[in-house]
Design a protein around this ligand. Sequence first.
Ligand code: ADP
Ligand code: MG
Ligand code: MG
Length: 887
Amino acid sequence: MLGGKGANLAEMTNLGLPVPPGFTITTEACRAFLEAGREPAGLRAEVDAHLADLEREMGRTLGQPDDPLLVSVRSGAAFSMPGMMDTVLNIGLSDASVAGLAAQAGDERFAWDSYRRLIQMFGKTVLHVDGELFEERLEAAKRAKGAASDLDLDTADLRTLVAVYKDLVAKEAGEDFPQDPRVQLDLAVRAVFSSWHGDRARLYRRQERIPDDLGTAVNIVAMVFGNLGPDSGTGVAFTRDPATGKQGVYGDYLANAQGEDVVAGIRNTVPLAELERLDKASYDHLLRIMATLEAHYRDLCDIEFTIERGTLWMLQTRVGKRTAEAAFRIAAQLVDQGLIGEDEALRRVTGAQLAQLMFPRFADDTGEAAESAAAEAPVRRIAQGIAASPGAAVGRAVFDQETAVRWAERGDRVILVRRETNPDDLAGMVAAEGILTSRGGKTSHAAVVARGMGKTCVCGAEALTVDPVQRRFTAPGGVEVAEGDLISVDGTSGHVYLGEAPVVPSPVVDYFEGHRSAADDEPDGLVGAVHRMMAHADRSRRLLVRANADTAEDAARARRFGAQGIGLLRTEHMFLGERRKYVERLVLADSDDGRAAALESLLPLQRRDFAGILAAMDGLPVTIRLLDPPLHEFLPDLTELSVRVALAEARGDDRAEDRTLLAAVRRLHEQNPMLGLRGVRLGLVIPGLFAMQIRAVAEAAAERLREGGMPHPEIMVPLVGGVQELEIIRDEAQQVFAAVAAETGLDAALLSFPVGTMIELPRAALTAGQIAEAAEFFSFGTNDLTQTTWGFSRDDVEASFFTAYLAAGIFGVSPFETLDRDGVGRLVALAAEEGRAARPGLGLGVCGEHGGDPESVRFFHETGLDYVSCSPFRLPVARLEAGRAAV
Ligand code: ADP
Ligand code: MG
Ligand code: MG
């Protein structure tokens, strides 16, 4: 009800900390205002009463001409929200009271500075006058005076500026700046209420799924003044380093300043440690308060404070934002300090933070290796953009997609630089190491597509002027970058460098790989902290984690990263390269014998693939998916082949095989291959194909058994929509198992492996009870299930209309990234429940990308699945999130 800011102000007041007196109008009042379009009955009387209390406590009234009480009016919802109204300071000043303020403070300049600030802030945020117009006039006043900073403007200058501002307000807003202090207050409160429905605020809420009807609180706080001379000032502080988590004094301080000056960069701030020299008593007081806050909130806090003539005032605190590294280190430190338990520590770190720590980084950002970088080539930071998709990418600047593709093909690493991207740039984005744009935010096309591809991207680097025609861009300070010049982009920090910035591998990945242990780390170091959080997550989680892995190397890495089996082994890559010719023969075979011969050639190759993986995953389950993609993907491209045949015919050199192949490619060509002849349909239409794969599995397992291994393959049938499809393949599998047992003389029980199915069609989910009669396990293929449930093609949407969808707030994040609980999630829950009802021991897992997505892992835990399966690199994230979901 009090909003974050109001609640924490009240909390600090209750702790006995020096907070200027004030009161908070609750979110309830805001909701009532928004509903009725006017202030709720009773609000005025309540504000009157609380204002009277405040005035009594302060010993003067709002705007009192000879000694005015001034207040700030500050918004503050339960969630901090960009796009809502800022704060208005110095409410209560007017032509009449400015003289009183001057007399009381004994400082005329200060009073006029406060007044011009009020008109500026009020004009901009309450009366909606373009803020730039005020800035322009302030700049003009400084120029006229030859002043370097606002401090060089004297009383007369500020008086003139006030007059200029008042004219500006009258002209732009069509009404005079209100002189009645109570009118100022009421209008400011109303503006805070209304800002809840600002466009940016709405969009932000829609994307973040923050309910639209919460409303904001309004804090009315007696002003204290940091602009009362050199013994006053304003600052921000953190109780720990938000970058590394180290406890200490971190922050910035600006003497003789008010409000946002310290973050607005209008003058140079000094490090907070300087305050000890400037004002030792206030500094010591601040440190004591920081200790109190840490003990109370049991976490890193950030703080806004003001010193008025040697007296310290606390204006805000909250549990502070921090980098991923600091999050882990602070969680571990707080456990050691006895402030929180291990469960709480685990709740305070996220899978998204862990994922960030696993990207390679530029040395510059860690401080490591900075010297060697300086010694080699000069690497210079030239711009800062929006960190849209993490990673560290180095390459040659290229300005169009054709060049990107051409240069990448000849082996160059390239960075695609554009003003903004659109779907036509897609091939270039795929070819590039990274993407850099000068326009657009986190939901721009470049950002969305790059994140989808896991590609490094910095967008909206507005200081860059990109000229695609001249193939160059310029950066501030006369930097010119031409096509072919090396640049580096850091998608984690948003930094852009000229030259090849040295990349350091992630110490966290080194740790997961087993190249570095927590014991090697500095005390309180990152690796030690990650190690402890992972250990607690592994102890706590109920969900098992498996990997999506297709090769023995992937399987081995997956094991190092903590995989408890393979949840998805795709077999399609086993039909590529050299082996395409067998697929061609299989498709072209016009007799059973021909088909059998082609399958016969594939069998030993497949057996070898499976044996390698079963060995790497010895003792753990390996779920092998039978061939899924449409066969045409393994055949030549229709257009290319048509041209080849036509040319050959024209030359009179026409080869019968090519013509037959072309006919087959035509026959297999589909308008909508993802909804076509694929998955179990292939197995049913091409006799012997699935049986060959199943035999390869069984024979590889038999081989492992004879060598003393413990193979646990599971056969998974893709794209089943009805139980009848599955029954046919299951019967076929059982015959193959029995045959291989008989041939090898092994016990039939040892060679009978589970047969299950993917649940990736809505019909499969809806008929899960029937399908479970024939399936020993389900694995939710949530990529296809999302595609088939929403009816969007996952290969096309990211590039075509998702940008528009994200911008319109239809979803905050792609449903291919985070599982859509309301739709796809219901199908998963239904299938899990009805499947288990039909077959109590039914195994349940997930093998879509969602298996490694933090939000989705939580859902799978809540739905009671047995495991999630994801790419090896995402395993630590899945383990951590499974642990977090359980504590
Ligand atoms: P934000 O949510 O943008 O941080 P705040 O309401 O915290 O907005 O106000 C911004 C800044 O204005 C504060 O950090 C503080 O410096 C200044 N400020 C707000 N209220 C007061 C006050 N009563 N006295 C002095 N300064 C204030
Ligand atoms: Mg603030
Ligand atoms: Mg699928």
